[in-house]
Design a protein around this ligand. Structure first.
Ligand code: 13P
Length: 210
């Protein structure tokens, strides 16, 4: 995919997430690797109305080299790219139900959502920790994410929202959507004792689908 196609795909998928309420206002930011650096949504932009030509361009060292001023959370994306060689794209949303889980004090902060469904496991993996609260845009978040990311494709930022990586932009978007569905199931089933997938079933999924 060339850079023009990447810009068009990012615009299309961001608009789709916005249209379905996964982000509102100017919340959320999205990035992807391209041949000579990264594309990232501009700060204060609505995911519903990205302009492909104005998407921010960063060089390989995450310096702003083109387009509008980048998201104030470049460091959040960088934390995944530098710790996960397999990360080709990052999606950060304030999607309601994943954020609701990130507000609960009495969950397992190492891994709040159990393996309820195969697609949650296939897209997010074994582990998705909750990172302590930091003000949006606070660079102090970066070391906390860097510490977690080697073992986790996604994290929940306490009282803020999910950050999800994927091999491609489509993978990251699909994973962010699956996470929101898993959060919905988790909250629906709170107070019940749902059957969860066994460790053997989880291993089988990850060996089969990666
Ligand atoms: P930006 O508009 O700077 O990307 O910030 C949006 C956001 O989601 C903050 O958490």
């Amino acid at each position: 995919m060339n850079e023009t196609q990447s810009r068009d795909l990012m615009t299309e998928l961001a608009a789709s997430l916005f249209a379905r309420g996964f982000s509102v206002g100017s919340a959320g930011n999205i990035s992807m690797r391209v041949e000579d650096g990264y594309l990232i949504s501009p700060t204060n932009s609505s995911l519903g109305r990205l302009d492909p030509a104005r998407i921010s361009k960063l060089d390989q060292d995450f310096r702003h080299v083109g387009g509008d001023a980048p998201s104030k959370e470049v460091f959040m994306h960088r934390a995944f790219y530098v710790t996960r060689a397999d990360a080709g794209a990052i999606v950060h949303l304030h999607s309601t139900l994943a954020t609701a889980v990130a507000c609960l004090p009495d969950v397992n902060l190492e891994n709040p959502i159990p393996p309820l469904t195969p697609y949650f496991v296939m897209r997010i993996g074994r582990k998705m920790p909750v990172i302590p609260y930091f003000r949006p845009g606070d660079p102090a978040m970066e070391p906390a994410i860097r510490a977690a990311a080697p073992d986790a494709r996604a994290v929940l930022l306490a009282n803020h929202g999910p950050v999800v990586s994927g091999k491609t932009l489509l993978d990251a978007v699909y994973a962010a959507e699956e996470l929101e569905e898993a959060a919905k199931l988790f909250l629906t089933l709170r107070g019940h004792s749902p059957r969860v997938l066994t460790p053997e079933q989880v291993n089988d999924l990850l060996e089969t689908f990666g």
